[in-house]
Design a protein around this ligand. Sequence first.
Ligand code: NAG
Ligand code: NAG
Ligand code: NAG
Ligand code: NAG
Length: 306
Amino acid sequence: MDAQKLHLLALMFLSLFYLAKSFVPANSFLLNCGSNANASLYDSVFIADSAKPSSVSLTDKNPYPDSPILYRAALVFTSESSYEFSIKQNERGDSLGFRAHNKVLKEFLLRIDGEAFEIIFSPLGDFGFAFVSAIEVFSPPKDFIIDDGARLINGNGIESYKNLTSPVLETVHRVNVGGLKLTPFNDSLWRTWIPDDGFLVLESAAKKASTSHVPNYQNGGAAREIAPDNVYITAREMNRDNSMLNGIFNVTWDFPVGSLGAPYLVRLHLCDIVSPALNQLYFNVYINDFSAYTDLDLSLLTVHVL
Ligand SMILES: *[C@@H]1O[C@H](CO)[C@@H](O)[C@H](O)[C@H]1NC(C)=O
Ligand SMILES: *[C@@H]1O[C@H](CO)[C@@H](O)[C@H](O)[C@H]1NC(C)=O
Ligand SMILES: *[C@@H]1O[C@H](CO)[C@@H](O)[C@H](O)[C@H]1NC(C)=O
Ligand SMILES: *[C@@H]1O[C@H](CO)[C@@H](O)[C@H](O)[C@H]1NC(C)=O
C-alpha cells in the first residue's frame, strides 16, 4: 500500500452541548525556557526555567519591540537533555498535547498511558545544538479526539479506521475556513488558526459566508473545545454566481505537507450556516482525487437540527 496516499478523515459536527465555563486542563505545565523570570502570554503564566544540565541560557539583547517576552530567551542544549512531567493518575490513558515554542511552534498530540511524560532534546551531529523558548504540556478535554467514524482513504477505497489516538499526531495546518486568523486569545485551548485564503486553488470558486448566531452545539457532536465559535460562524460556500465555471466545479484547497510517506489526518469541521432549510445541501468530498464522502448530507449528520 502506498502510504503517501493514506488519509484519515474525521468529521466533527455540532449539537446543543453548551460549555459556558472556560476549559481548565487537568494537567498543565507552562515553562519559560532560558529565563529566570515568569512570563505572561495569553493570560497564562509561563514559569521561569533558567537552568538545566548541559544547557546555556540565551537572551535576545535586541528583541523586536512587539515580540512576546516568552520568545526573548531560550535554553540551548549542546548534548542530550530532557524534561519529565508527571501525569495525574486519573488522566493516564488520555490524550496529552504539547507545544514547543522556538519562533516556530511545534505541536503534538499523543496518548499517555504511563505516569510520566518525557521530552528529549537531542542535538544532531558533533556541533549541533537544540534550543527551545517555551514548552506547554496540557491535557485536552476528554473526547477531544473521538475514535469513531474516521475513514482511511487510499487507492483501494474507503475503510473505517480505529485507534486514532494511538499514533503521535503533529499539527501541520490548522485553518479557519472563510474566517479571520484566530490567536490563542480566541481559543480556550490556546490554538492558532490561520485563514484559508492562501490554500484555495481558485479563490473565485468560493465565497465567504458568515453568521452572527452562536453555534448550536449538540450532545455527542463538536464542543467549543473541539473548535471555538469563531471557526463555526464562518465558512466558504461554492460561488454559484461565477458564470465562467458553469455551475459545475469543485472548491479545492492545496495543503503543502512535509514528509512523503506519512499518513495524514484531515479533520473537517462542518457547521451548516448557509442552508435556508433542512436537507437541501449535499456535496462530495475528495481527498487527493480519492472520493471520501459522496452526497454528504449535513442535515442527517446533525440529527436534523439547523
Ligand atoms: C513564578 O510563578 C510561580 C507560580 O505562580 C511562583 O511560585 C514563583 O515564585 C514565580 N517565580 C518568580 C521568579 O516570580
Ligand atoms: C491500537 O494501537 C495500539 C498501539 O499501537 C495497539 O497496541 C492496539 O492493539 C491497537 N488497537 C486496535 C483496536 O487496533
Ligand atoms: C481575538 O482576540 C483578540 C484579543 O482579545 C480580539 O482583539 C480579536 O477581535 C479576536 N478575534 C476574533 C476573530 O474574535
Ligand atoms: C472534482 O474533483 C474530483 C476529484 O479530483 C473529480 O473526480 C471530479 O470530476 C471533479 N468535479 C468537477 C465538477 O470538476
